[in-house]
Design a protein around this ligand. Structure first.
Ligand code: ATP
Ligand code: MG
Length: 327
């Protein structure tokens, strides 16, 4: 039986990209698996972005992510929901990987290459070694099913590479090779500016906010400047691509027709998208706001999750230390 693991950085409140790309599909998988899945809130990863993120927001973001998982119905009795920094074993494993992975190979990671291009002086070492910590997140529990967005594909490849190198060096199959799980239509949800929706870019649609703010975000989705009367392209349009993922098929077909016919403005399309989002996530939004008010419950869930994860991590690490002949 394979194990599933996925993580969300505590850099903000989960947005529609995180929800459609990772949260909903992950919960479906956890319900199919007999064994526990691992879901963690990546606050150590979030620290990398401290230049743009106020440190005092990380803990609050952790609560927001916890409440989001619960609002979407994650079963925390069966599965393990934990804060990354509560299981410090992961940083020890990351160190071992650092010592076995070639520097040159890591310089090819997109996360580093892209930042380097823009902002070389502002890069911290954490950003450079981020894929190594991510490999440790996964391999510590020998997870094989990793629901992620498209932006993480390369990091999963690096993780497989690390596992392979380590296994060869040690001479046994210490680590299983993980695989990314993603679906074509949800692996890269576009934000209001037409680029990948990201917490750090704030180009999000955030359902865990007031109706007014949510509406404002949807009204800010970039479109071309075709007038109300003109025919529009439903196949290359941010409103339509979100609407398709949220509305029932008959309403999607209807909107598509209106796009192709003309006499249908983007404003109307945005209003329709807003209505659909409000309807679709009515229960989850209600649940989220009630969980977020109950910090002691969230603390208890995270505490129990950390305890379970730490127990497993500790045993695994002991075995890895032995395999490395450290003890
Ligand atoms: P940040 O801007 O801080 O990196 P983020 O919005 O990219 O935040 P992460 O916490 O980095 O979110 O990612 C959590 C998971 O959600 C990852 O598996 C990532 O691939 C996935 N994900 C992030 N954004 C999207 C998106 N727009 N569409 C689909 N999946 C996404
Ligand atoms: Mg990200």
């Amino acid at each position: 039986m394979k194990t599933m693991l996925t993580g969300i950085q505590s850099t903000g409140t989960p947005h529609l990209g995180n929800i459609l790309g990772v949260i909903i599909p992950s919960i479906k998988i956890t319900n199919k698996l007999k064994n526990a899945s691992f879901l963690f809130i990546a606050d150590l990863h979030a620290l990398i972005q401290q230049k743009i993120l106020k440190l005092e927001t990380i803990k609050n973001n952790t609560y927001q992510i916890t409440a989001a998982w619960l609002a979407f119905g994650l079963n925390t009795k069966k599965n393990i929901l934990y804060r990354q920094s509560d299981v410090s074993e992961v940083t020890e494993l990351a160190w071992y990987f650092n010592c076995f992975f070639p520097y040159k190979r890591l310089t090819l990671a997109h996360s580093f290459k892209n930042e380097k291009k823009n902002n070389y002086k502002k890069i911290n070492v954490g950003l450079f070694t981020y894929p190594i910590l991510m490999a440790a997140d996964i391999l510590l529990y020998n997870a094989e099913i990793i629901p992620v967005g498209k932006d993480q594909l390369q990091h999963i490849e690096i993780t497989r590479n690390i596992a392979n190198r380590f296994n060869k060096k040690i001479g046994k199959k210490l680590f299983l090779l993980p695989k990314a799980f993603m679906k074509k239509d949800t692996m890269s949800i576009t934000g209001i500016d037409g680029k990948k929706m990201s917490k750090s870019k704030k180009n999000w649609i955030n359902i865990f906010t007031s109706d007014e703010i949510l509406k404002k975000q949807i009204m800010s989705i970039h479109t071309d400047n075709k007038s109300y009367y003109e025919k529009k392209n439903p196949y290359n349009d941010s409103i339509m691509s979100l609407y398709k993922l949220i509305a029932p098929i008959d309403r999607v077909e209807n909107m598509k027709k209106k796009y192709l016919q003309g006499k249908y403005g983007y404003l109307e399309a945005k209003k329709a998208l807003y209505e659909e989002i409000i309807k679709k996530f009515y229960v989850e939004r209600k649940k989220f706001f009630s969980f977020i008010e109950n910090k002691s419950l969230l603390d208890r869930i995270l505490f129990l999750g950390a305890k379970k994860a730490k127990d497993i991590a500790n045993k695994r690490l002991q075995y890895i230390r032995k395999s490395l002949k450290l003890i």
